[in-house]
Design a protein around this ligand. Structure first.
Ligand code: IPE
Ligand code: IPE
Ligand code: MG
Length: 254
């Protein structure tokens, strides 16, 4: 069909949806939320909503690789998600293990380093824990993207664990500073997220990366996670590129 808008008309393609190459966030962290509501809208079970989220995860990883994001963190299971019905929790354990086994080799080929962040407690099935370790070991030399899957992760738990280490290391009060805490977080080499995205129209953090997001830009999308794709990631990046990050200072030219 002919367009009637004249020369200003730009056809929508994935290409022109790519964000500008300069100022791509180094680390993007995502709260993948809305699977249950996506399923409910279709009269499906909540677990079918989780299953549908697989496509979004893969597409967003590819999108991050495409534009050169170096660190991507995905919130997959929180320390509070154990409060869900046992059947859903069981499904999420199985789903995450399945996802890992299904895509590990392909991600490895793409140069993705897979890491898991969170507490390893007895409630995580042994076989899943073993597969998590194997994937980390297999991909540990990859450099294209560090994919951190936050699983049984809680920001408060991470800070509590850091404080425990400070105490067991015998640090005196005068040695307690940002560096002392940061160096005891689950991944001290992980840069703070530049951009945090939460889907599903909820405006909260839900115990995600509490220490690390002190100066992150926040982006809230109404999209339910199973509908989220790399083009939406690019929209978030484009908005990020228009933000002015001051870190407590005043504008350079202002
Ligand atoms: C996010 O989707 C996935 C996890 C928290 C594991 P939800 O399951 O929270 O979906 P909603 O928020 O109920 O729609
Ligand atoms: C946050 O989503 C956790 C994950 C996405 C894994 P929730 O759905 O658990 O968050 P709340 O309960 O709505 O705050
Ligand atoms: Mg939710």
């Amino acid at each position: 069909m002919m367009n009637t808008e004249g020369a200003s008309y730009v056809p929508y393609t994935t290409d022109n949806a790519l964000p500008e190459k300069a100022n791509i966030p180094k680390h993007i962290a995502i709260v993948m939320d809305g699977n249950g509501r996506w399923a409910k809208k279709r009269q499906l079970s909540r677990t079918e909503g989780h299953a549908e989220g697989e496509k979004s995860i893969l597409d967003v990883i590819d999108g991050a690789l495409e534009v050169g994001v170096q660190w991507l963190s995905l919130y997959a299971f929180s320390t509070e998600n154990w409060r869900r019905p046992a059947e859903e929790v069981r499904y999420l354990m199985y789903f995450n293990e399945n996802l890992l086994l299904k895509h590990r080799d392909n991600l490895h080929k793409k140069g993705v380093r897979i890491r898991f962040s969170g507490r390893r407690d007895w409630r995580i099935p042994k076989k899943l824990a073993q597969n998590m370790d194997d994937a980390m070991q297999l991909t540990k030399s990859n450099r294209a993207l560090v994919l951190t899957i936050c699983f049984n992760y809680g920001g408060r738990a991470e800070i509590i664990d850091a404080v425990k280490n400070i105490v067991s290391d015998g640090l005196p009060p005068e040695k307690i500073n940002e560096k002392a805490i940061k160096s005891r977080l689950y991944y001290p080499d992980m840069p703070d997220p530049d951009l945090v995205i939460r889907t599903s129209g909820e405006y909260r953090i839900s115990n995600f990366l509490l220490w690390e997001i002190a100066y992150s830009e926040l982006f809230f999308s109404d999209m339910l996670w199973p509908d989220f794709r790399s083009e939406h990631l690019y929209q978030a990046i484009a908005e990020f590129q228009n933000r002015s990050r001051r870190f407590g200072r005043v504008e350079k030219d202002g």
